[in-house]
Design a protein around this ligand. Structure first.
Ligand SMILES: [Ca+2]
Ligand SMILES: [Ca+2]
Ligand SMILES: [Ca+2]
Ligand SMILES: [Ca+2]
Length: 500
C-alpha cells in the first residue's frame, strides 16, 4: 500500500510530520465472503480474549527460541514479534508466538505483514488445529499461509501438509517470487480454504491452487503467527542480526457466504479464475478459459472463453452456485462481448449461459442431484461485435433445490477461431414479495387481476401492503448513466421463464 504522504511533504513541508493512520481501519468487503473477525492491532496491548500468547520452552523442528509474552507487543497499529539474542531457560534466544483461541474449518484468512531478515529467522503465518490429540499431526491438516527463512527474504512459501496416519506429512507447496524483498515492506498473505479447493495468495495474486485437497480428518484450525529462531529449516542464526522484528498490520478471517457469488466481476484475477469452477481449460492451447483486460464492462478484467481446438466438438467455461430454497425468485444476469479482433462471425461457435438447479450443493451436472437447467444463447456467429450485450434469466427455484448455479459454456463444434468475453455476472435468490401473485418481482395491478382469477394465490391484504414495490431487477442497483442503455437493452434480451 503506497501512501501519498510524499505529495503533502513537498507541498506543505511543515505540517505533515506524522500520519499514523493505519492503512485499513476495518475489514474490507469481499464478495462471496462474510467478515467474521478481524484484529487491526490498533490498541496498546494484544487482545488476550482473541489471542493466546505463548510461554513455551520447547518447540518442534529443533528450534532454538523460548517463546515469551514479553517478546510480543502492540503499538503503532501493529503487532510486533521480536526475536532477541538473550538466553532464557534452556534456550539461547527469545521470541514470540500468538495463536487465536477461535478455530474455523474453511474460510479465508488474510494477514498483512513485514518480515524480519537475517540468517536463522523463520517467520510463519499458519493454521493448525489446537487439539492435536483429536487429530494427531498431520492427520488434521496444517495450512502454512506464509513461511520464509531470513537468509533469503525474496521468496515466501505456501504449503498444505496432511497424511492419513500420524508422522511424516505429505506436502503440496509453492514458492512466490517476484523480485520483491518481503522483509522490506508490508504484503498481504492469504489462504482461501473451501472443501474442494485450497488457494494461496500474496498481495491478491493467486500462486498456488490445490483442487480436491485430501483431508483425512480436516479439523477446525486456529491461526498462528510466530517467529522461530534456528531449527531444521533455517539453521543456526547469525548473532549479528539480532534483534529482529516481525511486524503484523492486521489479521482477518471471513467465512464463505453461500448466498453470494465469489468474484462475479472477474476482477480478482489469477489464471484459475478465483472462486469459479473451470472446465475445458486445455493445456494444449493454453488458457482458453482465462481472465483478461482486453474487454471490460466493470472493474479491470473479464472472463475470456474460446475453443480447445481438439479436433472434436468441445465445451469450455466456468460455473458457480449460490444457496437457494424452493420457491425463491432467482435472477441471473451477465453481459457478453465479442471483440472484432476475435470475431466468431460466420462460425459455428457459440456461448451459452445456463441457470442450473441441484438438490445437493456442489453436485455434478447430470448426477442424481441435478434437477434441471435453463439455457439461453449469449453469442453466436450472428451476434453484434464490439458491444456489451446483457442477458438475464428470471426463474423460481423448483422443489428440492438447494443450489442455483450459473454457468457459461463456450461450444466449439468445429475448429473455428474467435472468443467471447463475459463480465458483470450476478446471481441472486430472494424470497417472493407477498402480494406478487404473478411472481414477476413487482406488486402492481396485474397481480390484482391474477388474484381475481384465483383467490387461492394469497391474501389481498399482502397485495395492498406491498403495492408499488419495485421489481427486484430494478432494485438491485441504481444504474450509472453509462449503463442505462445496457439496462434498457436487457429487457429485449431477457429470458423470462416460469415454473410452477
Ligand atoms: Ca522487515
Ligand atoms: Ca493495523
Ligand atoms: Ca470485470
Ligand atoms: Ca407481480
Amino acid at each position: 500500500m503506497k501512501r501519498a504522504n510524499s505529495l503533502f511533504v513537498s507541498a506543505l513541508p511543515c505540517i505533515c510530520v506524522s500520519f499514523a493512520v493505519p492503512a485499513f481501519s476495518q475489514s474490507a468487503y469481499l464478495s462471496g465472503w462474510d467478515s467474521v473477525w478481524n484484529d487491526e492491532f490498533n490498541g496498546w496491548s494484544i487482545d488476550d480474549s482473541r489471542w493466546e500468547v505463548a510461554y513455551r520452552e520447547n518447540s518442534p523442528n529443533n528450534e532454538l527460541q523460548f517463546y515469551l509474552p514479553d517478546q510480543v507487543s502492540v503499538n503503532g497499529g501493529q503487532l510486533h514479534i521480536t526475536a532477541t539474542d538473550q538466553p532464557y531457560g534452556s534456550k539461547q534466544y527469545r521470541s514470540g508466538l500468538v495463536r487465536t483461541w477461535q478455530e474455523h474449518r474453511y474460510g479465508r484468512w488474510e494477514v498483512r505483514a513485514d518480515l524480519p531478515w537475517g540468517q536463522g529467522m523463520w517467520p510463519a503465518i499458519w493454521l493448525l488445529p489446537r487439539d492435536l490429540n483429536a487429530a494427531p499431526w498431520p492427520t488434521g491438516g496444517e495450512i502454512d499461509i506464509m513461511e520464509n527463512i531470513g537468509s533469503n527474504t525474496y521468496f515466501v512459501k505456501g504449503s498444505y501438509h496432511y497424511n492419513w496416519t500420524p508422522g511424516t506429512p505429505i506436502t503440496s507447496n509453492a514458492d512466490y517470487i517476484t523480485g520483491e524483498d518481503f522483509a522490506a515492506g508490508m504484503h498481504d498473505y492469504a489462504v482461501e480454504w473451501d472443501p474442494d479447493q485450497l488457494r494461496f495468495y500474496v498481495d491478491n495474486n493467486l500462486y498456488h491452487t490445490i483442487d480436491n485437497p485430501i483431508q483425512p480428518n480436516a479439523q477446525p484450525m486456529s491461526l498462528i503467527i510466530n517467529l522461530a529462531v534456528g531449527g531444521d529449516w533455517p539453521g543456526n542464526p547469525d548473532p549479528s542480526v539480532f534483534p529482529q522484528t516481525f511486524d503484523i498490520e492486521y489479521a482477518r478471517y471471513w467465512s464463505r457466504d453461500e448466498t453470494e457469488l465469489i468474484n462475479p466481476d472477474f476482477d480478482r484475477s489469477g489464471w484459475a479464475i478465483n472462486g469459479w469452477n473451470v472446465f475445458g481449460n486445455s493445456s494444449e492451447v493454453g488458457n482458453n478459459v482465462s481472465v483478461q483486460s482486453e474487454a471490460v464492462l466493470d472493474g479491470s478484467h473479464s472472463l475470456k472463453l474460446y475453443g480447445q481446438f481438439d479436433e472434436a466438438e468441445n465445451y469450455s467455461g466456468v460455473y458457480q452456485g449460490i444457496a437457494v430454497t424452493e420457491g425463491q425468485d432467482v435472477i441471473a444476469d451477465a453481459s457478453a462481448f465479442i471483440r472484432s479482433q476475435d470475431s466468431i462471425a460466420g462460425t459455428s461457435n457459440e456461448l451459452i449461459m445456463k441457470l442450473e438447479y441441484y438438490s445437493s450443493f456442489g453436485a455434478a451436472l447430470g448426477s442424481p442431484g441435478f434437477l434441471g437447467e435453463i439455457p439461453i444463447l449469449m453469442a453466436d456467429g450472428t451476434t453484434t461485435e464490439d458491444t456489451w450485450i446483457p442477458h438475464q434469466i428470471v426463474d423460481i427455484a423448483p422443489a428440492g433445490a438447494v443450489e442455483a448455479r450459473v454457468s457459461f459454456v463456450f461450444r466449439q463444434p468445429g475448429q473455428d477461431a474467435g472468443a467471447v468475453h463475459v463480465d458483470a455476472v450476478s446471481l441472486l435468490a430472494s424470497d417472493p414479495i407477498p402480494g406478487d401473485f404473478d411472481r414477476n418481482g413487482s406488486v402492481d395491478s396485474l397481480d390484482f387481476i391474477a388474484w381475481q382469477r384465483d383467490t387461492n394465490l394469497g391474501s389481498l391484504a399482502d397485495w395492498e401492503a406491498n403495492y408499488g414495490t419495485p421489481t427486484l431487477a430494478n432494485s438491485l442497483a441504481v444504474p450509472e448513466p453509462a449503463s442505462i442503455t445496457f439496462a434498457l437493452a436487457a429487457l429485449s434480451h431477457r429470458v423470462f421463464r416460469r415454473r410452477r
